[in-house]
Every structure is written in structure tokens, then in C-alpha cells.
Design a protein around this ligand. Sequence first.
Ligand code: AMP
Length: 448
Amino acid sequence: MCGIFGISDNKDASKLNYVGLFTLQHRGQESAGMAVDSKGSIHYYNGMGLVSEVFSNDMFQSFQGSSAIGHVRYSTTGSSNVNNAQPLFFNSYLGQTAIAHNGNLTNAAALRTQLQKQGAIFQTSTDSEVIIHLMAKYHRATIEDTIADNLNKLEGAYSFLFLSPGKMIGARDPNGIRPLVLGKLGKSYILSSETCAIEVVGGEVVREIEPGEIVVIEKGKLKFKKFGKPRKTAKCIFEQVYFARPDSVFSGRTVQLARYDIGRLLAREMKNVKADIVSGVPDSGTAYALGFAKESGLPYQTVFMRNRYTGRSFIQPDQKIREFTAHLKLAPIKDVIKGKTIILIDDSLVRGTTSKKIIKNLKKAGAKKIIMVIGSPPITNSCYYGIDTPTRKELIAAKLKTEQIRKFINADALHYLNLPDLIKACGNNKDKDFCTACFTGKYPTRTK
Ligand code: AMP
């Protein structure tokens, strides 16, 4: 998963873009980058690490432009190195262009081989690069027509931002799998993966870019264009389950409230459950647990102290350190836990290893019983669209039944949310157009 943010026609474009990317940091922490349109010339800078590590205050003295696009990366295809950091930049017949991509292209490997056979030399191992070669090879009179023509050759999930001299362009795939929202700040337009970043820079949300829609921002004006054959809208429901920031709005509904409602629905399903306290696995589990507590009347309690400062250095520790990193990130609060039956809510169970570790720690801290509650259905299928779920054989629910999973994680009970309730909560009782392939195996695109 990644985050993209762009802002047009603003003398502070690069600084505001920094703030936008900083707000989308939860969508990717591996690399960050930005491209600016500086008097008709595109300049870019990418680096490994967090937004605040890649860009320094001093840099913005010279790194300025009238429009900017940026990217934060969480690699799902291609390795984690600076070569794969985005925006990618290229100089073709149409001139200079920078691109930033969120999503996964399911036919990228086939396109890459085909293009290489025709002489294309790839510079990165990302799926995103294929669009560059397609645009360089098959061009039309304008960049927007070139983009529209070539997006038709892509399969899978994508939201793209393009920056060329005088133009900022956004596009969303025909199924609308990955998000892209339009915002406005004075005379500037904003394109962002999530609404939270538009609001943090002081802008107003205008609307979602529709599936299969391109927006061209030029000289302060908007032009919309549809591309491709219309397809069934299938917005990734995992955005609301786990990925998106709670203050962002998806399908007309703040994510925090969708998660809170899921908690309430879970409590209704589990009416007769007996427990002392309800808690959530930080951070995403908290909203679910608050909703559950409200509906059930059971008290909400924080059972873990989360250390927010465990930075990148702790992501790949050696074996000795790894043994205590679980405690380092989430330290159990013993006096709250001791002797209690705890309803513990997490957003999802993927491999099952996190829940297993957490339950072990809670029991070690004196918990009497753990009733594990998951705010989404069993994940039985891999995601090919940018959510980093592993191959099927690593997905615990693809191999084991609920009772076997309960035993594996050593919970005293295990309960999952059902799919209709998930759709109801995320879609505000109206929107049903979601991609739920990770739960159902029904993929919305032709290739996987
Ligand atoms: P596990 O079952 O050990 O694979 O991990 C499940 C936990 O990882 C849950 O607590 C989720 O909050 C979190 N999670 C779910 N999906 C992802 C993802 N794509 N990337 C990182 N963490 C995730």
C-alpha cells in the first residue's frame, strides 16, 4: 500500500505537499518522494525512510514549484530500495513527466516482458514503471490522451498522479479499487489518497475521483474525462478495516465511526458473552472496542501501553532483540489485566501470529480468559491489489477452521464479524460496491 498527494497552483506547493505526505505516512514508511513543477521544469527528490527523514527544512529553500506531487511507499511489488521510490520521472517525446502510483497492477509482469522484447530498458523493479514505457511508446497529441489510452492497457488497482509542465493529472482505475479524492484550497486543487490530508493542509474535500475517471488540472481549471469500459465499482473494504486513518471519510462515512459501528454490531451478535472488560489492540482495534463497550455496557479498558517511538530501527532487529520487541511495542498493564476475562478486539487476523503473541503476553500478565473478537471476516484469499496480505498458504483462515484458529492463538473463544455486517457498517447502509475478494475469493478484475 502507498499514499499519494498532489497540490496545484500554490506558491507553497512543496511545503504543503510535505504536510500532505506527512499526514499519509501511515500508508507507507519505506520511502518518500516528491516532484515539483518549477517554472515549467520538473524536479524530483526521493529517499528511503519517513517523510521527515527524507526532507529537511533547508531543502525547501530551493525545492520549490507551483505544483507538486508526492508518494509514500509500502512495497508490495519490487524490492525496498531507493531506485523503487516514487515519484518516478521520465523524459519522453511528450516532455518531462513524474508519476506516483498507489495500488498493484495485475498484468504488469506480462506487459513488462512484452515491452522488454520490444527493446524497453526498465530502471526499477516496480509494477508502476510499465505505464512510463507504455506512454513513451504509444503517445497521442496531449499527455491526458496518452494517459487515457494507456491506462486502458492496465489491469488491477491503481490511483495515479502525473505531473508535467503546467499540468497535474489524477486517475483512478475503472473498478475504483484504490481511493483518490479531490480537494480545494483557495485557488489550488488537491488530489489525495485520503481526505484527512486534504483537511490537515486546510483544504476542503470536493469529491471522490470516480472509478475510470481522469482529472486534468491546468491553469487553475479542472477537466474531467472518463476512460475505459465501465466496470463494476469495487472499492477496497480493507481501507476501512485497517489501512485508512480513522479521521478520513470513505463512502461518505468517517472511518472511526465505521469501526465504532462494527464494534456495536459485534456486541449485538455476542449478546450473551460474559466478560469483565473490553479492549482493543492499538491502534486500529480501539475504535472497534469502544463501539463494543458502548453496545454491551461493559467497561472499556486500555490493556496495553503502546510505545509510539519504536522507529524503523526496531523493524528488523536481530533474534535476541526480536524476542522482546512485542513488549517493546505493546507493554501489558498488569493491574488492569490480572484475573480478568477480557474481550480483546483487533481489526483482522492475517497469519495469526500477532494475536498469538498478544494473547500469550496477556495471559502471562495474569488475564483469566481472552475472548478474541475480529472486526472483519476470516481472510481466506490473497490480495493482488496492494494490501500486503501474504500468499494463501500463509493465511491462517485459508488453512484452518475457526475452532482450530482459536486453539492456535490460544484464545478461550474466537469470534469473527460476518461480511454483511462489515458492508453495512463501511457502506453507511447504502454503499455496497466494495472489493471483498480477501474474504470471498471473488476478484473484480480479469487478471490476478
Ligand atoms: P497477523 O495475523 O499476525 O498476520 O497480523 C494481523 C495484524 O496485522 C492485525 O492486528 C492487523 O492490525 C495488522 N494488519 C492487517 N493487515 C495488515 C497489512 N496489510 N500490513 C500490516 N499489518 C496488517
